[in-house]
Design a protein around this ligand. Structure first.
Ligand code: SF4
Length: 57
């Protein structure tokens, strides 16, 4: 579990390898956000493309 929270990137995806763990922040310096839709219309259309599954949690 990583502790170096980046307070500029809030995140609640605790299943991600890069989640801070004890606080709702990402630990990366930078993330990439994209979409899986041709014409995104709401928040569900967007994705954190830096996500990496943490199979140890
Ligand atoms: S990489 Fe994306 S999904 Fe993973 S902790 Fe950071 S912001 Fe959240």
């Amino acid at each position: 579990m990583m502790n170096n929270a980046n307070r500029s990137i809030g995140c609640t995806v605790t299943q991600c390898e890069y989640h801070c763990g004890n606080e709702n922040y990402c630990t990366l310096d930078k993330i990439n956000v994209g979409t899986h839709e041709q014409n995104p219309t709401n928040v569900q259309c967007t994705d954190c493309e830096s996500f990496k599954a943490n199979n140890c949690k």
